[in-house]
Write a protein that binds this ligand. Structure first.
Ligand SMILES: Cc1cc2nc3c(=O)[nH]c(=O)nc-3n(C[C@H](O)[C@H](O)[C@H](O)COP(=O)(O)OP(=O)(O)OC[C@H]3O[C@@H](n4cnc5c(N)ncnc54)[C@H](O)[C@@H]3O)c2cc1C
Length: 651
């Protein structure tokens, strides 16, 4: 059977070819696996693959590629892969196992995911994700990941937003931690037998290209400041999401966009940057100087009921407000899905009631998530068994006991659906450069359903990349990685050194954190949960003005040859400035609402997101030109052969 993946990625008219294979949706992946080029087992050891990032996507890719026989070099800026942000994932991971017998199937998981993404995802990728979801659970359970179980021994499931079946596998409130430990131990086994060379505390600061292809990276050793070059036959970025462009987010403090951005500046297109997910269940900020927000897992919406007092003037404590005076706004507006509507819908509705003055808490910046009914129905012990660690975490942070006082929650930035553009093979438009996990744009459209990111990261690393990477490696058989004294490496190292010197020499008065906080305010206020044309135009000019100030008045402390978090932060913030501007431009260009991208000018009379399929059923992938020239937009038209595009309704 013919495959379309040989066609050029950029068509003559500038549009992009996502390389979805031919054939019926359910057969595409099998057909494609049969057609991709194979590298025979004895030849695999002749190829070196560079993997940047050792979270779920990177660790699973490194372990699998090494197990297959490839030579792998893996890089992380953390002191151990166990610190990757993946460890923070609480709620669970989706898979279409249908253990509950409640009507789930591969097709239903695919359908929920493509609909949940507001029909802005690529059909073939999303179907493949649903297909391999079941393999992930088998693989992780076999590795010993302690998923929760039913009394009969089968793995347990719970429900997440945007689905009417229970398909979320979990390990209490520590699913990401347990999964990462599983992937990590597999990778470390490969480190132990010498197939993976692990570089910790190494930050990738440049992608190196030769004749239009990716051939290596430049890193900075964060302890010694040493600038080093590394060469390989392929480079795989698994470097996570860019939610920290908002400054306040649920992401780990060190999450950033630098690796993807450096690749973007070298030619990799950045897709849908304005698709960011705002998660409805986070602890509201307590004051202006907070530097981090905490997520309360979506799983809590299984049992917690979300409400606000109907009166904006309410002063009584929650337990004193009678039922008739409570506004269970999600249950009332969306009876079919109730508190389990998708994240974008739940977030916008919480914002609406808070904007209307009905918010709760000292700053009136939250809504209640109340377990009183669930405790009465199932008993406090049951609730404790399901969510104990989350409840404990909430109590430690707020000093309030959720068993007696409802939690207070409010939306916060949580996940980024945008990222480097990749085709069906997870290859960017730069040959030899791949991207997996949250760092790519691929499977979630304009809104990720809960428990789908862990699924995607592990699908990419364990079950997709190990097949598809053969396509670009096989033709390179017999070639050695480029020597690191080649002029392209020397030039890239010099660029990195010059950039570092520039940060150190500004000698201004304000810290990287100051600029990050100010940038975050602009991004949240103008490119956050709701955007409009005026605000976005303002965002572009204000971000540019602040960026100019950054380059004139930045103060970086310390030296370049020691551990220097001020210097690390300066580099990351400077990349966030450019990304922030691109987010605003992308949001401005997309004059429709879809999923996590809500344009105030484009809404239904009921205030729901109003898509414009005629003009915007495409992926926007942006090409970097230079600092003074706006990005060039490339479209990938989204072709829907299987699903009919409808107005999403969760009523
Ligand atoms: C609080 C929270 C809870 C979540 N809960 C869930 C959940 O229950 N279910 C779900 O499906 N999803 C959840 N998510 C989303 C999910 O956790 C992430 O999308 C996913 O873990 C990302 O995995 P990743 O491997 O792509 O990236 P990460 O785990 O972020 O790993 C990135 C790696 O890249 C490295 N890196 C980055 N840049 C560089 C560089 N320049 N040089 C060297 N190394 C670099 C880092 O050191 C790290 O090793 C949650 C997210 C948050 C914020």
């Amino acid at each position: 059977m013919a495959t379309t993946t040989e066609a050029p990625t950029v068509n003559p008219d500038g549009t992009l070819n996502g390389h979805s294979p031919e054939g019926p949706l359910a057969e595409k992946w099998d057909n494609h696996k049969f057609n991709v080029k194979l590298v025979n087992p004895a030849n695999k050891r002749k190829f070196k693959i560079i993997i940047v990032g050792t979270g779920l996507a990177g660790a699973s890719a490194a372990a699998t590629l090494a197990e297959l026989g490839y030579e792998v070099e893996a890089f992380t800026f953390h002191d151990t892969p166990r610190r990757a942000h993946s460890i923070a994932a609480q709620g669970g991971i989706n898979a279409a196992k249908n253990y509950q017998n409640d009507g789930d199937s591969t097709y239903r998981l695919f359908y929920d995911t493509i609909k949940g993404g507001d029909y802005r995802g690529r059909e073939a990728n999303t179907y493949r994700l649903a297909q391999v979801s079941t393999n992930i659970i088998d693989q992780m359970a076999a590795q010993g990941v302690p998923f929760a179980r039913e009394y009969g021994g089968l793995l347990a499931n719970r429900s997440f937003g945007g689905a009417q079946v229970s398909r979320t596998f979990y390990a209490r409130g520590q699913t990401g931690q347990q999964l990462l430990l599983g992937a990590y131990q597999q990778m470390m086994r490969m480190v132990g037998i010498g197939k993976v060379k692990l570089h910790t505390r190494s930050e990738m600061l440049e992608l190196v290209m030769k004749d239009g292809e990716a051939c290596g990276i430049v890193t900075r050793n964060l302890v010694t400041g040493q600038i080093e070059s590394h060469s390989g036959h392929a480079v795989v970025l698994c470097t996570g999401g860019y939610g920290n462009v908002f400054y306040l987010s649920t992401n780990a403090m060190s999450c950033n966009v630098t690796a993807a951005w450096r690749a973007h500046r070298k030619g990799a297109f950045f897709a849908n940057p304005s698709y960011t997910q705002i998660h409805p269940t986070c602890i509201p900020a307590a004051d202006e100087f907070q530097s981090k927000l905490t997520l309360m897992s979506e799983s809590l919406r299984n049992d917690g009921r979300i409400w606000v007092p109907r009166s904006p003037d309410e002063t009584r404590s929650a337990d004193q407000v009678p039922d008739a005076e409570r506004y269970y706004f999600l249950e009332e507006k969306y009876p079919a899905f109730g508190n389990l509507v998708p994240r974008d819908v739940a977030s916008r509705n919480a914002k609406t009631v808070v904007d209307q003055g009905m918010g709760v808490g000292p700053l009136k910046n939250g809504v209640y998530l109340d377990f009183a009914d669930a405790i009465q129905r199932d008993g406090a012990d049951t609730i404790e068994a399901k969510y104990g660690n989350l409840i404990q975490m909430y109590e430690r942070i707020t000093g309030e006991d959720p068993y007696t006082t409802p939690m207070r929650i409010y939306p916060a930035t949580h996940y980024t659906m945008g990222g480097l553009w990749v085709d069906y093979n997870l290859q960017t438009n730069v040959p030899g450069l791949y991207c997996c996990g949250e760092a790519n744009f691929s499977d979630h459209g304009a809104n990720r359903l809960g428990a789908s990111a862990l699924m995607q990261g592990l699908a990419d690393g364990y079950f997709v990349l190990p097949y598809t990477i053969g396509n670009s490696l096989a033709p390179k058989l017999g070639t050695a990685p480029l020597p690191t004294d080649d002029e392209v490496f020397v030039e890239a190292e010099n660029d990195v050194k010059e950039r570092i010197a520039r940060f150190m020499n500004i000698g201004g008065t304000k810290s990287p954190d100051y600029f990050h906080r100010e940038l975050g305010k602009l991004v949240w206020n103008y490119i956050g949960m709701e955007r409009d044309q005026n605000g976005l135009e303002k965002a572009i000019s204000e971000i540019r003005a602040l960026r100019d100030e950054f380059w004139k008045d930045l103060r970086v402390l310390g030296n370049t040859d020691t551990l220097n978090s001020s210097l690390e932060k300066a580099g990351r913030v400077s990349d966030f400035f450019e990304l922030g501007e691109l987010m605003a431009r992308d949001a401005l260009d997309r004059a429709e609402s879809c999923g996590g991208h809500f344009r105030a000018e484009s809404q239904t009379p009921e205030g729901e997101a109003l898509r414009d399929d005629e003009n915007f059923a495409h992926v926007s992938a942006w090409e970097w030109v230079d600092m003074d020239t706006p990005w060039i937009k490339h479209k990938e038209e989204l072709v829907f052969e299987e699903v009919e595009l409808t107005q999403r309704s969760y009523k």
